[in-house]
Design a protein around this ligand. Structure first.
Ligand SMILES: O=C(O)[C@H]1O[C@H](OP(=O)(O)OP(=O)(O)OC[C@H]2O[C@@H](n3ccc(=O)[nH]c3=O)[C@H](O)[C@@H]2O)[C@H](O)[C@@H](O)[C@H]1O
Length: 436
């Protein structure tokens, strides 16, 4: 069912054999027909008998559960073995109790880093990713291979696929879910609004439905976004601020996700932590993000566009390095309380949290470009344009005091250092891809 599975899903084409001339004669045709009929009767009776015998032997009476195959019959299948092996835990060096985590969006940028960090410290990790074509799927496949080398299996599948999710929960009793699968990107929402509703709203609800019925219910940590602050002008953005005026459909679907999380926490006792990421960047990053395609275009000598505000200033972002965000994600997992429900019913109040994961040092996009020029040793061809009405906001700036207190979150990487790491990775990755 996945990239891992190499069996073709469509049958091959067969050439039909040509008839010999004598067999076309009516006499021979009649003779052949009678003897074929006899053979057919004998063969079909034996065949039916065999099928009946096979069913009698292979179907134990209680092997079906809610229309799904139970785990007993699936044990030993190649797929299940892969999932189970990936979910195996080791003693953690930090002495913590190893978790069994389902990471959705595991072949994505943040997902890859989080899955790897969990696996390296001893947690059991299973990845899930749809490998969609929003950006170069080759990069996602490369991340999948990278994770496979570390012992993390990334299953290809959609978060909207309820049957698949249930099967995963049947095979592994996940203690936690890190939900990072999403339709990302602010500007693309104007091109393909439906994909945001499908992934960020319908997909999230589907995942929560499965989590709510799982036994035990997992604790959930998921990716919200700095974009929920929308057109806020009060800085830095605090979790206490209003988030009811999103500037893009992307932001609106992330805000909807926060409301949906509240509902599932309230009704079903799911422990849910939302993390508002602030423009996360770094090695293995997303090609649709400005720092990534600026790098590509600068190297090609192609002109890049820098947006400026109505006051003539460059737009600014609280760029946050991936390693800092990963630490925040792991801390959110480690401090998450257990969900309180079981059998789809709430048994008591459960934890519901939301944290900003930013860097608290906004940098103008014009400065980002200068940093890239320094690291790439190439001058960019720049054009400055007023910020179009495309869902982008003028600036972001995180107040991280809540994450500092509750999660011990302390970002340490500035944009110069982080971009150096990114450029190093970018040059190596694309140089190697070219050679291959
Ligand atoms: O924090 C988030 O929650 C989001 O972060 C990211 O969104 P953004 O902060 O908008 O990042 P990104 O597109 O890299 O644009 C960066 C800056 O470059 C400016 N920008 C962009 C394009 C361009 O041609 N010129 C330009 O100046 C642009 O105006 C902006 O000021 C994620 O993509 C998103 O999925 C979500 O996670």
């Amino acid at each position: 069912m996945s990239l891992i599975d190499t069996t073709p899903s469509t049958p091959g084409k067969f050439k039909s054999e040509k008839c010999t001339p004598y067999s076309a004669h009516p006499f021979y045709r009649n003779l052949r027909f009678q003897s074929s009929l006899l053979k057919l009767t004998v063969w079909s009776s034996s065949f039916l008998g065999l099928i009946l015998l096979f069913f009698l032997i292979s179907s134990p009476p209680s092997s079906h559960h809610h229309g799904r195959r139970s785990t007993e019959i699936d044990v030993g299948t190649k797929w299940e073995t892969k999932v189970r092996t990936s979910a195996e835990t080791r003693a953690r060096a930090d002495g913590g109790k190893p978790l069994r985590v389902l990471v959705t969006g595991a072949a994505g940028f943040v997902g890859t880093h989080v899955a790897l960090a969990l696996k390296l410290r001893g947690d059991g990790v299973v990845g899930l990713d749809s490998f969609n074509h929003y950006y170069d799927p080759e990069l996602k496949i490369a991340r999948q291979k990278f994770l496979a080398n570390a012992g993390v299996c990334v299953i290809e599948g959609d978060i909207n696929d309820e049957k698949l999710l249930k099967r995963l929960f049947d095979v592994v009793h996940f203690t936690h879910v890190v939900h990072l699968a999403a339709q990302a990107g602010v500007r693309y929402a104007m091109e393909n609004p439906g994909s945001y509703v499908k992934s960020n709203v319908a997909g999230f609800v589907n995942l929560l439905e499965v989590c709510k019925s799982a036994d035990p219910q997992p604790a959930i940590v998921w990716a919200s976004s700095s974009s929920v602050y929308g057109t806020n002008t009060k800085v830095p953005f605090s979790e206490k601020d209003r988030t009811d005026h999103p500037a893009s459909l992307y932001a609106a679907t992330k805000k909807a996700g926060e409301a949906i999380a509240h509902t599932y926490n309230h009704i079903y006792g799911l422990s849910i932590t939302g993390l508002r990421f602030f423009t996360v960047y770094g090695p293995w990053g997303r090609p649709d993000m400005a720092y990534f395609f600026f790098t590509k275009d600068i190297l090609k000598g192609k002109e890049i566009t820098i947006y400026e505000t109505s006051r003539g200033e460059s737009v600014a972002r609280d760029f946050t390095y991936i390693d800092d965000v990963v630490k925040g994600c792991l801390a959110a997992l480690d401090t998450a309380n257990k969900s309180t429900g079981s059998g789809g019913k709430k048994r008591g109040p459960a934890q519901l949290r939301i944290f900003n994961l930013g860097n608290t040092k906004p940098v103008p996009v014009s400065r980002l470009v200068s940093i890239l020029e320094e690291h790439l040793k190439v001058n960019a061809r720049k054009k400055v344009l007023p910020l179009p009405s495309n869902g982008d906001v003028e600036f972001t700036h995180a107040n991280i005091s809540l994450a500092q207190t509750e999660l011990g979150y302390r970002p340490t990487i500035d944009l110069e250092t982080g971009m150096k790491q990114f450029v190093w990775w970018y040059l190596n990755y694309y140089d190697r891809s070219r050679k291959n």
